[in-house]
Design a protein around this ligand. Structure first.
Ligand SMILES: *[C@@H]1O[C@H](CO)[C@@H](O)[C@H](O)[C@H]1NC(C)=O
Ligand SMILES: *[C@@H]1O[C@H](CO)[C@@H](O)[C@H](O)[C@H]1NC(C)=O
Ligand SMILES: *[C@@H]1O[C@H](CO)[C@@H](O)[C@H](O)[C@H]1NC(C)=O
Ligand SMILES: *[C@@H]1O[C@H](CO)[C@@H](O)[C@H](O)[C@H]1NC(C)=O
Length: 371
């Protein structure tokens, strides 16, 4: 069991986001209780997400099959039909009990799992400051572990209030794989349970945020015709009124190719660990016959189940946003490493934010003790 929510779109049933062993299924029951400690045990509908990438364990929704659950406050999944629930197990609090369409945030970013000794401080600070300039108010990261310097920066952003750090100790329960492909990365569950965290984040923000962006820590969903995300969505949403899922193409900016002038090799950033995105303005061309994966801007109230590049179940369909309107700036190791600079496109979009971005990054690095 990971988290439990009332799903008002499905008559107010309790949805428990969970991880199941797909090779050892057994009947599951929900024991749920109200404030008055009146408890009830009901059957469940276990919906295993189709995107499990062949790993043994996968994301699933355990839907409690009952009526009048809206007053329930906590729930437990059990194998005991009689409902004499194992009291040593912890109940989960039930969230999203009331519908609220007055959102605390307009744009929230869900960054799935942080793990290993990832210590890319400069790129993270630049990316966070860019998100702010683009109109983001809230970022959620799922933390399994990270490097010592990034830890410091995360704490800074948490104190500042923009960052919500969700503890994600998946490695204490399962052997998570370090990649998505089971042939290359063995383990019990795909990529530190990335799919589970993305789904959790959608429900966590359902009544908190108008839109949720699902992308990785090194990706920026960047409008190219609008100055920020609010103005982008003010155009896109009325043009596609029922759509709740906007697909944004990923584009690779190799960290191995540097811009020529060297104007962003700043002394201030010399000793900061990590990639300087301002130096990487060469973009890889699309590859023939290879699908360019997308990430998403979603209305969480229109999503039931999500995967990484598209949703699995939604209520309004999805729309592929044209590349010239919005695309992802993804500075990382190249995918087409054989290409020379001349074979890449020059794409200086991040430079448009230079005037505000540089002082804001410096200010953050000062406040978090790096400068
Ligand atoms: C839920 O609680 C409210 C307020 O206490 C009460 O009026 C209502 O009857 C309860 N609903 C159910 C299904 O128990
Ligand atoms: C809805 O959310 C807003 C913003 O977080 C909050 O101020 C308000 O109290 C909430 N309303 C209800 C009914 O919970
Ligand atoms: C969200 O957008 C609305 C309308 O554009 C605006 O009035 C409101 O202040 C914004 N909320 C936040 C938290 O920025
Ligand atoms: C991330 O998780 C690790 C492992 O539990 C913990 O040591 C670290 O303090 C966490 N970092 C933050 C910023 O919460």
């Amino acid at each position: 069991m990971v988290s439990a929510f009332i799903d008002h779109r499905l008559d107010g049933v309790i949805r428990v986001i969970s991880i199941v062993n797909r090779r050892s299924l057994q009947p599951l029951y929900c024991a749920y209780c109200s404030t008055e400690q009146v408890c009830k045990t009901v059957d469940t509908d276990v919906q295993i997400h189709s995107d499990h990438f062949s790993y043994t364990y996968g994301a699933s929704d355990v839907i409690c099959k009952g009526e009048h659950m809206q007053n329930a406050t906590h729930v437990l999944i059990t194998t005991d039909k009689e409902g004499s629930a194992d009291h040593k197990m912890e109940y989960l609090p039930i969230k999203n009990t009331v519908v609220n369409e007055t959102f605390k945030f307009n744009f929230t970013i869900c960054i799935s799992n942080l793990f290993g000794d990832y210590n890319n401080v400069l790129q993270f600070a630049q990316t966070m400051e860019m998100y702010k300039l683009l109109g983001v108010q809230h970022v959620v990261v799922y933390n399994t572990s990270c490097g010592p310097d990034l830890e410091k920066l995360l704490k800074h952003y948490e104190t500042e209030g923009i960052l919500e750090i969700v503890s994600w100790p998946i490695d204490q329960f399962l052997n998570p794989s370090r990649g998505w492909n089971i042939k290359l990365h063995n383990g019990d569950i795909q990529y530190f349970g990335q799919i589970v965290t993305l789904n959790e984040c959608i429900y966590r923000n359902m009544y908190q945020s108008k839109y949720v962006l699902l992308n990785d820590i090194d990706e920026i969903i960047m409008p190219y015709k609008h100055t920020n995300l609010p103005s982008l969505m003010e155009d896109l949403q009325p043009a596609h009124p029922n759509i709740g899922v906007f697909l944004i193409e990923n584009h690779i900016f190799p960290k191995t190719q540097f811009e020529e002038s060297g104007k962003f090799k700043r002394a201030e950033w010399k000793n900061i660990p990590g990639i300087n995105i301002m130096e990487h303005i060469y973009r890889e061309p699309p590859r023939k016959n290879i699908y360019n994966p997308t990430k998403m801007i979603v209305n969480p109230r229109k999503v039931q189940q999500t995967s990484v590049h598209s949703t699995l179940k939604d209520f309004g369909g999805s729309f592929h946003v044209p590349f010239d309107v919005c695309r992802i700036v993804h500075v990382r190791v190249p995918l087409q490493g054989h290409l020379t600079k001349e074979e890449l496109f020059v794409d200086k979009r991040v430079w448009d934010f230079e005037q505000k971005l540089l002082p804001n990054v410096d200010q953050t690095l000062k406040l978090s003790g790096f400068l």
